[in-house]
Design a protein around this ligand. Structure first.
Ligand code: TYM
Length: 332
């Protein structure tokens, strides 16, 4: 079976609809055809200022959400990145293969560093994409399910794999980005030309899976649209309506064309009201399952430890080969 790896940061109390439709839905689907390795990337989460207790709590909440959304811990592995030390170890080796200028061209780094001021931004924020490459290459992943915003990081991972293979002999699988066609980028409900993100300017633009469903429904009903009245999929001319149609289609399984036909002659209010209901139906059982996983933290921690053990079986083998190839002395 081809192998998949992906990760998500435990940097918020809840995942949002962009995370789910851009990536996590594919994580679950790929379990049918691939051997899957999924991790909560807590090492990445400390590249910006954080609170230790909150990080621990959010790491558990992230794992609980992945389980609630359908990630199967008996399939491949579900684990926490810091529990597999090989990620940090491989990252160091790859950092030494990465150009300073090359890392400096990563747009997410530039954006985040600009927000914090370059003087205050951590070196970890700079090397973040190399750690991400280590996550992927450690498992010899063939495919990496992510949203559109990770495309450049995936390109770096591919380049590093190829570069290492050329210099030291074939060691890594060169991974492919697996980016969904229709839901690669979910937009902010209040600012439908910006991606939905936890750092959005208005909380009303962001749908969080664990939020009170009534509040989420209200956010859908107050989503920004346009002054027209036709419900057609036109991302250029009607980005707000197009985003709602994308979300509606993904959550309901109905095609956009089908929705356009169904809403011909109806108003934006009808579309929003129905989508709000579809959303409530989706999030309600997810929230309940998350709650039950978090009811037994001891069991959850055990499950994650087992996942890390399984992940390490592969990670240690790859790292041993890498250490050998770069010329480190083997312990005897
Ligand atoms: P993160 O934690 O920011 O986001 C997790 C996933 O959600 C996707 N995503 C979106 N997709 C569509 N529309 C949106 N508005 C939207 N917002 C977020 C992201 O593309 C991502 O797939 N660097 C990664 C975490 C990471 C990783 C990895 C991913 C670390 N190591 C190895 C893959 C493989 C990140 O910050 O994702």
């Amino acid at each position: 079976r081809p192998r998949v790896l992906s990760g998500i940061q435990p940097t918020a109390d809840s995942f949002h609809l962009g995370n789910y439709l851009g990536a996590l839905r594919e994580w679950v689907r790929l379990q049918r055809t691939h051997e899957t390795y999924y991790c909560v990337v807590d090492l990445h989460a400390i590249t910006v200022e954080h609170d230790p207790e909150l990080l621990r709590e959010r790491t558990r909440r992230s794992a609980a959400q992945l389980l609630a959304l359908g990630v199967d811990p008996e399939h491949g592995a579900l684990f926490v990145q810091s529990q597999v030390p090989e990620h940090a170890q491989l990252s160091w080796v790859l950092e030494c293969q990465t150009g300073f200028g090359e890392a400096g061209r990563m747009t997410q780094f530039k954006d985040k560093a600009a927000k914090q001021g370059t003087e205050r931004a951590s070196v970890g924020l700079f090397t973040y994409p190399v750690l991400q490459a280590a996550d992927i290459l450690l498992y010899q992943a063939d495919a990496v399910p992510v949203g559109e915003d990770q495309r450049q990081h995936l390109e770096l991972s591919r380049n590093l794999a190829q570069r290492f293979n050329n210099r030291f002999g074939r060691t890594f699988t060169v991974p492919e980005a697996h980016i969904p066609q229709d839901t690669a980028k979910i937009y902010d409900l209040q600012e439908p030309t910006a991606k939905m993100s936890k750092s959005a300017s208005s909380v009303n633009g962001l749908i969080e899976l664990l939020d009170d469903p009534k509040r989420s429904a209200k956010k859908i009903r107050s989503a920004v649209t346009d002054t027209g009245r036709e419900i057609v999929y036109d991302p250029e001319g009607k980005p707000g309506v197009a985003n709602l149609l994308t979300i509606y289609s993904a959550l309901s399984g109905r095609s956009v064309a089908d929705l356009e036909a169904a809403y011909a002659g109806k108003g934006y209010g009808d579309l929003k009201k129905d989508l709000a209901e579809v959303l409530i139906e989706f999030v309600t059982p997810v929230r309940e399952r998350v709650r039950s996983y978090l009811d037994d933290v001891a069991e959850l921690d055990k499950l994650l430890t087992r996942g890390a053990e399984r992940a390490r079986e592969i990670a240690t083998a790859t790292l041993a080969t890498v250490y050998e190839r770069v010329g480190f002395l083997r312990r005897v």
